[in-house]
Design a protein around this ligand. Structure first.
Ligand code: PEP
Ligand code: MG
Length: 891
């Protein structure tokens, strides 16, 4: 069996590949081993693998028999490296216990510091350090964290006890308390634990350690971890590793400190060290937002007009060492690093490094600049930017010209503009957002329990916390605009009101946040559309040079087509004509067409629709001039267009002169039990050929008109939906060809056009070889293909797919990311059989999956000619297609 416990630091960092493999020892463990390996100052420790966590959870919370001995040996390794013994009353070794999954899950998993303190060892720590205040402060921190994380007690009781000590003594800050106060508080904390738990706080250090290991493993299955995994597509069966590491102390007086830092600015990407630190503090103080941290560099402090000295000024030697480590780590990992460090009595220690989370803007700037600096090449730059993150830049930002009433400001924690109604808790945010309201979540500070509300909100505003607070880190990861640490706001949860500076607001009032400047504004401020310029333009141009597949857009209005073109679409892959039928000016003609009792009645209505459709297509051809446009003929079940309620029937009856009762009877006749499998798609064309004939006529007449007026003839690609058999396609193709011939004869010109089909039924994929006899192209309609292959209704799936994804039945929502194993086989088969019949057949995808990077990678493997995505996803698809091509060529 493989080893399940790995050492790092001291003199014993393991050379085994597993010791630095994130999947085995988690991201934190792998990077600690890596840093120790390149000679950086890392306190010695050990990691218990993710495999052990998975096994522990599968065994219903039982540790494996061997683990006891392995942990004892690993602990002995730390003891030997540090020269202290765990539980030694005279000079105790203390450890931290932290989780570390394969990918970082900020705020999700739990950390315990100062483990190993008890009533005896605290005295030893006091005398060895010569600092009783430090020892008792560490002990009370330990009890509080352990009680919260391991024993599951409410942390408010402990906070209240601390507040009372402060009030009784007239103190303002924690640093005002001395050793005696902390000792007194430890007594009170122990009483709280005994009362709440019914037994005393554990004094046995080994019991403490195993309790903490158990808590880390258990936290993998906590509700908040599950929510985070669901939002971030992290599989439930990865598990987390446990890192146990010798403590170093940032709270040993004024020559000690702790901090977090980024080697470049994670919000803008600027090449400048960026971070926060606190003198005489422990790690959690910086991220928890309890004290407002200080700036790392003098430049940053001066830019913010802040008084408290930066680390660069207050601890120049430790800072110089830190800067040296930053550069070393960036060169080693060739990426921006997010670092945790502690200075213990002047000596720098590294507690963590990882590739830093960043905004999309920062990701682009860093990727482009690192190429310019020679740190990485263009291909690495393309592969480094998460295509989905670009979404943040493809949405509007505040119009700089628009008037704004600034109420106050905080830190620019996560960029972007957000307007919405103020909500003061996460549940309210979720509830009101579900009703379609735009909301801004305002909290004193956020915690992992707020994740669902942060996700539901357009933006997040907090009164406390720095740039690395929970709110800031999570908001950046989610792409939500966030302003944190806005100290001029105060929240009254009782009255459900909010004061910003001098202005009193209530829950429900609208505010606007500018996450790029930190401004908070009254009301809704207008926004402007984004453009693909600067670093974005540079990177996407590099990506285009590597891409094989074309990228088209799903668009049905001239405005959508215009957006798509601006974002670089190389054609329209799907123009859904039914959306045009809902237009207020023509819905009654559509209804007249549907409800007509005979061909003559239908012909009258179609004659009204023809010029409207022709105008639609002309506008689209004009915008897409020179590019291919795939137009799909009518697809949905007809009853979707019918009137609702008596008033609408009466109005229609008035307009078309047929009695309301007759109309209702006809509508009843159209009722279907299973409309998605009913009278829709090409079945409409087979039963009502005059509808498809009208649409084809509109397409060809518009194409001839545009060819006439602009001199550039469009190449329409006429697409038949929901084909299952070759015969359906042959009949409808003949109808389209006949219509084309008539129009060309009328107009006195001939244009090139294609007739093809969607592949969106399993039978179509199976019979693709035959169908290709009549199809110039296939477009995989993977929305319907997923629905029909899985036998899962695409309109109802949301109600039950959640637990499916949580339990790993499908790794991701199969309507969002293609079920490659299953549906993917049909796509592969359709493509292979189509090409076997017609080597040059054009192949594309136009289901929602055409904008999903993982699905796009699959399309590259199958060798499709293009993917088609919604207009705002076109740049995402361009980058994802380039990444797919690069990964395919390196295979
Ligand atoms: C599809 O089924 O994948 C498709 C693109 O068509 P629609 O979503 O309009 O059914
Ligand atoms: Mg479809």
């Amino acid at each position: 069996m493989s080893k399940q416990v790995y050492h790092f630091g001291g003199s014993a960092t393991s050379d085994e590949p597993r010791a630095k493999d994130k999947t085995i020892v988690g991201g934190k463990g792998a990077n600690l081993a890596e840093m120790a390996g390149i000679g950086l100052p890392v306190p010695p420790g050990f990691t218990i693998t993710t495999e052990e966590c998975v096994r522990y959870l599968a065994e219903g919370g039982e540790f494996a028999a061997e683990l006891q001995a392995d942990v004892a040996a690993a602990l002995a390794h730390i003891e030997q490296a540090v020269g202290k013994r765990f539980g030694d009353a005279a000079d105790p070794l203390l450890v931290s216990v932290r989780s570390g999954a394969r990918v970082s899950m900020p705020g999700m998993m739990d950390t315990v510091l100062n483990l190993g303190l008890n009533d005896a060892t605290v005295e030893g720590l006091a005398s060895v350090s010569g600092d009783a205040r430090f020892a008792w402060d560490s002990y009370r921190r330990f009890i509080q964290m352990y009680a919260d994380v391991v024993l599951g007690l409410d942390h408010h009781k402990f906070e209240d006890a601390l507040e009372i000590v402060k009030e009784d003594n007239g103190f303002y800050a924690d640093v005002d308390l001395d050793a005696e106060h902390w000792r007194q508080l430890v007594g009170e904390y122990k009483t709280i634990v005994a009362e709440e738990l019914g037994r005393p706080f554990p004094q046995d250090v080994h019991e403490q350690l195993w309790g903490a290991i158990r808590a880390v493993f258990d936290s993998w299955d906590s509700d908040r971890a599950k929510v985070y995994r669901r939002l971030n597509d992290i599989p439930g069966d990865w598990g987390t590793a446990v890192n146990v590491q010798a403590m170093v102390f940032g709270n040993m007086g004024d020559t000690s400190a702790t901090g977090v830092a980024f080697t470049r600015d994670p919000a803008t990407g600027e090449r400048a060290y960026y971070g926060e630190w606190l003198v005489n503090a422990q790690g959690e103080d910086v991220v928890a937002g309890i004290r407002t941290p200080q700036y790392l560099t003098r430049t940053a402090r001066e830019a913010a007009g802040a008084k408290p000295l930066s680390m660069e000024e207050a601890m120049p030697e430790a800072y110089a060492e830190l800067a040296r480590v930053f550069d070393l780590l960036e060169r080693h990992y060739r990426d921006m690093q997010d670092i945790e460090f502690t200075v213990e009595r002047g000596k720098l220690w590294m507690l963590q490094t990882r590739s830093g989370k960043r905004t999309a803007r920062a990701a682009l700037r860093m990727a482009v600049e690192m190429v310019e600096e020679g740190l990485i090449d263009r291909k690495a730059a393309i592969l480094r930017v998460d295509p989905m993150a670009l979404d943040q830049l493809l949405h509007p930002t505040l119009d700089p010209e628009a008037p704004r009433e600034v109420l106050g400001s905080g830190l620019p924690a996560s960029p972007g503009a957000a307007s919405g109604a103020i909500v003061l808790d996460a549940d309210t945010a979720e509830r009101r957002a579900a009703l379609g309201e735009a909301v801004v979540l305002v909290r004193v500070e956020t915690s992992p329990e707020d994740i669902h509300g942060m996700h539901a909100a357009r933006g997040i505003l907090t009164a406390r916390g720095g740039m690395t607070s929970h709110a800031a880190v999570v908001a950046r990861g989610m792409g939500r605009p966030c302003v944190s640490g806005a100290s001029s706001i105060s929240i009254d949860m009782q009255a459900r009101t909010l004061r910003i500076g001098a202005r009193q607001l209530a829950e429900g009032d609208v505010i606007t946040l500018d996450g790029a400047t930190g401004q908070i504004m009254a009301g809704e401020v207008p926004t402007i559309e984004p453009e693909l310029v600067g670093d974005f333009g540079t990177l996407i141009a590099w990506a285009d040079a590597e891409r094989r597949m074309k990228v088209r857009a799903n668009a049905e209005t001239p405005a959508d087509c215009h957006t798509a073109r601006q974002f670089g679409a190389e054609g329209v892959g799907l123009c859904r004509t039914e959306h045009m039928f809902f237009d207020a000016g023509r819905i009654s003609a559509v209804r007249q067409m549907i409800l007509a009792e005979d061909i003559a009645g239908r012909a009258k209505a179609l004659a009204k629709l023809l010029p409207e459709q022709r105008a639609d297509f002309r506008a689209i051809f004009e915008v897409m001039s020179g590019l291919p446009v795939t137009i799909r003929l009518l697809d949905p079940p007809l009853h979707e267009f019918l009137p609702h309620g008596d008033a609408e029937f009466a109005e229609l009856s008035e307009t078309i002169g047929i009695g309301a009762e007759t109309l209702k009877r006809r509508a009843d006749e159209l009722h279907e039990f299973n409309p998605m499998l009913g009278h829709r798609g090409c079945r409409l064309g087979i039963t009502f050929p005059e509808i498809y004939a009208m649409q084809a006529r509109a397409i060809f007449e518009a194409a001839c008109d545009v060819a006439e007026s602009s001199g550039a003839a469009p190449v329409p690609e006429v697409m038949i939906p929901l084909v299952a058999t070759r015969k359906e396609l042959s009949i409808l193709k003949a109808l389209i060809d006949k219509t084309a011939a008539e129009v060309f004869a009328d107009k006195g010109r001939t244009l090139e056009y294609l007739v093809g089909t969607m592949i969106e039924l399993p039978r179509a994929a199976l019979m693709a070889g035959e169908i290709a006899e009549d199809a110039a192209f296939f477009s995989f309609g993977t929305n319907d293909l997923t629905q029909t292959t899985l036998g899962v209704s695409r309109d109802d799936a949301a109600r039950f797919l959640g637990p499916y994804v949580e339990q790993g039945i499908y790794p991701r929502d199969p309507f969002v990311s293609l079920d490659i194993e299953g549906v993917g086989q049909l796509v592969q088969m359709g493509a292979d059989r189509g090409r076997a019949t017609r080597a040059a057949i054009k192949l594309g995808i136009c289901g929602e999956h055409g904008g999903d990077p993982a699905s796009i990678a699959f399309c590259e493997k199958v060798g499709l000619d293009y993917v088609s995505a919604s207009p705002f996803r076109v740049p995402i698809a361009r980058l994802a297609a380039a990444q797919a091509a690069l990964s395919a060529s390196s295979r």
